[in-house]
Design a protein around this ligand. Structure first.
Ligand SMILES: [Zn+2]
Length: 486
């Protein structure tokens, strides 16, 4: 039986040295984060539309530094040199099509929070084989591009799939398993680990990560991740897929968008080991899971009873992100530079190609939206050379380089005249806000041509509520006032 501290002494010594340097090494990254003394800003966030950002217009010639970062070096040298992960166990191969017990959290051999010195362990030296696999793993397979896979090389040996070291487990090639991630914020005895579904393909390829329910009330993404991951066959897969259907488990259990401290987790990435609860959860997820990804699709829905046409939110100023969006079939793309603290922003900054996938509204399971999401993820995996399904591509959806929100000017009850996906023209009435006391009826008109890519469902609104999200297809990018990221 493997013991919790089955680690080799040399490595531990190096790790302890790295840990001692850790806080110094990461401080430049923290210093870029906004000061957050008491969380007042976060609480204020909860009360507004939550995600308004000023977005840069798209520009076709991005600055050089945008191109420089590659997936091969996900974290800059300024980022904390986290100890290389070592597996304490080989993950059991589970047929994900079967129902199986929920994963159990494996014992952690060591972590940055745990500075226990070596003698306490009484550990046996780690067998060198595991270490060797881990080192090889970090060097090679994730860099293999689909293009390279497509051309059979005669002279060079074919790349082979290697083990994936994740969450203290070794996932062998050609196997699927369920691991558990726990951010370590709860009483250890009451901690409920978050399931992580992992498929390490028998063939080499990129690592795609799928995250759902970072906002605990956004249910469509949970089902999109489940259907996508459970349909994969590890023997056929080229690369790895890591799916976390429910990232914000506490929020999910309470039907809430937020964490137990009322913070929005998607404003705290890449996190801070010594920060607020949200900072710590974000840091744990980012460093234990996300940094293993080459590509990330973070799945969301509209917030505050708004619904979204299935769409990607992507920073089209980044060429690698723009290229990535072309793999999603029948999915509109909305250009959005993203806000500081969002998972996709932090991932892109760390060299991981990342987009947000929006589908539908919160607190609902919407079959049409789920199907659209699953279809797009399958087409993405085929485009990336990970699966082969004779995928039939649909008509390409437009890219909305410019989008804007139309807000209610009056309080009352909103009744919409348009539906999600409708094309609207300047002056067209989108809906009315009706005052139930005075009987006043205030029309909301489209200020420009475009398509309804997001909208509020009929509800009581106050003046200023973002009611309609209009996407405009234009050749000339226009400076936009704001965006709502959900
Ligand atoms: Zn969300």
């Amino acid at each position: 039986m493997p013991t919790p501290h089955r680690t080799c002494r040399n490595w531990l010594t190096a790790t302890l040295a790295a840990l001692a340097l850790g806080p110094l090494a990461v401080s430049p990254v923290w210093s870029q984060e906004p000061d957050e003394s008491d969380g007042v800003e976060d609480i204020a966030d909860d009360e507004n539309v939550t995600d308004i950002v000023t977005s840069e217009p798209r520009h076709d010639a991005p600055p050089e530094e945008n191109i420089a970062t590659t997936p091969a070096q996900p974290l800059s040298s300024e980022t904390a040199p986290e100890p290389e992960e070592r597996a304490t166990q080989v993950a059991p191969n589970i047929d994900l099509k079967d129902v199986a017990p929920a994963p159990e959290l494996p014992p952690e051999p060591s972590s940055p929070e745990d500075n226990e010195p070596l003698p306490a362990t009484g550990a046996e030296p780690e067998p060198e084989t595991t270490t060797g696999v881990a080192l090889d793993n970090s060097a090679d397979p994730t860099e293999t591009t689909p293009a390279e896979l497509a051309e059979p090389e005669v002279a060079e040996p074919e790349p082979v799939a290697t083990s994936l070291m994740l969450l203290n487990s070794e996932v062998l090639p050609g196997t699927a398993t369920r691991l558990a991630w726990a951010p370590g914020i709860q009483m250890a005895g009451l901690s409920s680990p978050t399931p992580v579904l992992v498929i390490n393909g028998a063939k080499p390829g990129p690592t795609l990560c799928l995250t759902g329910a970072i906002h605990g009330d956004e249910l469509n993404g949970i089902e999109i991740v489940r259907r996508t991951v459970y349909a994969l066959d590890p023997e056929e897969l080229a690369g790895r897929v890591i799916g976390i259907p429910i990232v914000n488990l506490p929020g999910f259990e309470r039907g809430s968008r937020y964490l137990p401290d009322r913070r929005d987790l998607n404003r705290h990435f890449p996190g801070n080991l010594y920060g607020s609860l949200a900072d710590r959860i974000a840091h744990s997820l980012f460093h234990k899971v996300i940094r293993h990804c080459d590509m990330l699709v973070d799945i969301h829905t509209g917030s505050q009873r708004r619904t979204n046409l299935p769409q990607l939110r992507a920073n089209m100023n980044r060429p690698e992100v723009a290229a990535f969006t072309r793999g999603f079939d029948r999915m509109a793309v909305v250009h959005s530079t993203g806000t500081e603290g969002m998972l996709r922003t932090a991932a892109v900054n760390a060299g991981i190609t990342a987009v947000t996938l929006e589908a539908g509204e919160s607190l609902r399971i919407q079959e049409h939206q789920i199907k659209a999401g699953v279809n797009s993820l399958n087409s993405l995996m085929e485009k990336q050379g990970m699966i082969s399904r004779m995928f039939v591509w649909g008509e390409p959806e437009p890219i909305y380089y410019n989008s804007f929100w139309i807000r209610a000017e009056h309080g009352g009850i909103l009744f919409s005249e348009v539906e999600l996906g409708d094309r609207v023209s300047t002056g067209e009435v989108l809906g009315y806000v009706s005052d139930p006391i005075t009987n006043a009826r205030h029309p909301i008109e489209a200020p420009a041509n475009g398509r309804v890519i997001g909208m509020a469902v009929d509800q009581v609104v106050m003046a200023g509520f973002a009611a309609y999200h209009i996407g405009a297809v234009t050749d000339m990018p226009v400076e936009e006032d704001e965006q709502v990221e959900d």
